[in-house]
Design a protein around this ligand. Structure first.
Ligand code: EPU
Length: 430
């Protein structure tokens, strides 16, 4: 099993370009099921989840052509409607096919996803939204089966106890574009990845407005056509690279940086003493060039993860690593997944002082982190360990980095190109 060896203490310098977004690519690939012609998506990060999604689309009667980072999908057998458990259990985002299949084929059978390392991840809001549009929902042999002869537009409320649901909003949106009449999605997720899917659907011929706000209007259309589109840059990869620059006291330029999608995170980083300087104000704020540098000693901060445009849960772990080296006590509260703290005991093994009480962690800044053997247990927690390793004195060995590979395309190659001493090796069976 692959592992990473990092010798910490090197200052990162140089330039990188931010890859396409995994969390935009996954629902966008699934939305291709709605098109009557070929859909070409460019800049798709070919990670385990996106590769699994292309496999699932083949299972679902599509021809899928992959050429580097360009994926072209075309439906050839619309009778296929089953996303089986052996694919769903390896890729939770299989659930993105529910709305598109229902709208395009009148029926979807998607295995109910199981548990997840970062906590409970129910799907009740997805199902309730599709039911509101007129679908019947049953559970058969562990599969969610949704059926509708005809979907009808209505008002759908997507809010839940932890805010709105990102993929649930994408599912309802994909169903509503083919429903008869008008749908209003209230308390819609405002995440940029949902807005991206809305833009893609509009390019395919859908009538949508209000994406990126909590109220999305959709007027159903009879058919959607193929398109050719570039996937937006990955705001979480961008944020992770920014923290890599900051934690090594580096000076790094990031191209295609989605500053506009990271407003809350950049506000907190700036409060801590990280400078993110745009070099050309004429570039679009969702794909601009920035240079990251840092004050010598970071200040402690307070942050709480929230739905967009709040601080993203997917950057909580990485920023916690940075705060381990701030000059004082920081407070981190997780409001989306209250148990998303698998990185806490591992950072503690590296000399961090972290006190967890329920969904809150007090981070007592220390003068240095010390390299240690640690274990990755989830995607963003793994990235946090890599970042800590970059700053730590001595050697850090991170095992089970298949978690990291789910969301970062060759992160160690990118960091090495900035001067990090990091290498992948075969860490044996565990
Ligand atoms: N929730 C419900 N009921 C539902 C759906 C969600 O109660 O039916 C709860 C969840 O348990 C959670 C909150 O609502 O507490 C938000 O979950 P959401 O549905 O928004 O998450 P998701 O759509 O399944 C996407 C990303 C996650 C990211 C979250 C939140 C993808 C493929 N995944 O998941 O990304 O953390 O939104 O922003 O887009 C990651 O990339 O590391 C990752 C986990």
């Amino acid at each position: 099993m692959d592992a990473l060896r990092i010798r910490g203490g090197r200052r990162l310098t140089g330039t990188l370009r931010v890859d396409g977004s995994k969390n935009a690519a996954l629902p966008a690939l699934a939305a291709a099921l709605l098109a009557d012609g070929p859909v070409t998506l460019r800049g798709v990060p070919m990670l385990e989840d996106t590769i699994n999604m292309t496999r699932l689309l083949s299972e679902l009667g599509c021809t899928v052509d992959v050429d580097g980072a360009t994926v072209t999908i075309e439906t050839t057998d619309p009778s296929r409607i089953h996303a089986p458990y052996d694919i769903v259990r390896t890729m939770r985002a299989s659930i993105c096919t529910l709305g598109p299949l229902l709208a395009a084929r009148g029926e979807a059978r998607v295995a109910m996803p199981g548990g997840c390392a970062i906590g409970d991840r129910p799907v009740d809001l997805h199902l309730r939204g599709l039911q509101a549009l007129g679908a019947t929902v049953t559970l058969e042999s562990g599969d969610m089966v949704v059926r509708a002869d005809k979907l009808r537009g209505t008002t759908v409320f997507m809010g839940g106890p932890f805010g709105s649901t990102v993929l649930g909003t994408a599912n309802v949106l994909c169903a509503a574009v083919r429903a008869e009449g008008e749908t209003i999605i209230e308390s819609a997720a405002c995440e940029p990845e949902v807005a991206f899917v809305a833009k893609m659907l509009r390019a395919m011929g859908a009538d949508i407005s209000g994406e990126g706000t909590p109220r999305i209007h959709v007027r159903g259309v009879d058919s959607l056509s193929g398109i050719d589109m570039e996937i937006m840059p990955d705001r979480i990869v961008a944020g992770t690279l920014a923290v890599a620059a900051a934690i090594t006291n580096g000076d790094v330029t990031l191209e295609r940086f989605p500053a506009d999608h990271l407003v809350a995170a950049l506000d907190r980083l700036s409060e801590a003493g990280v400078h993110v300087q745009r070099s050309d104000e004429s570039e679009p704020a969702d794909a601009c060039t920035v240079t990251i540098s840092t004050d010598r000693r970071l200040k402690p901060i307070l942050f709480t993860t929230q739905p967009h445009p709040g601080f993203p849960t997917d950057l909580q772990a990485q920023v916690m690593s940075l705060l381990c080296l701030a000059d004082g006590n920081s407070i981190v509260t997780e409001k989306i997944y209250p148990d998303r703290f698998l990185h806490v005991p591992e950072l503690t093994r590296m000399g961090a002082t972290l006190i967890r009480q329920g969904p809150t962690v007090v981070v007592q800044g220390v003068d240095e982190l010390i390299g240690a053997p640690v274990m990755a247990s989830d995607l963003r927690g793994s990235a946090a360990l890599v970042l800590a390793g970059l700053a730590a004195r001595g050697e850090t060995l991170i095992r089970r980095i298949y978690h990291l590979d789910r969301g970062y395309l060759g992160l160690e190659r990118q960091l090495a190109s900035l001067g990090a001493a990091i290498e992948r090796f075969d860490g044996g069976p565990t």
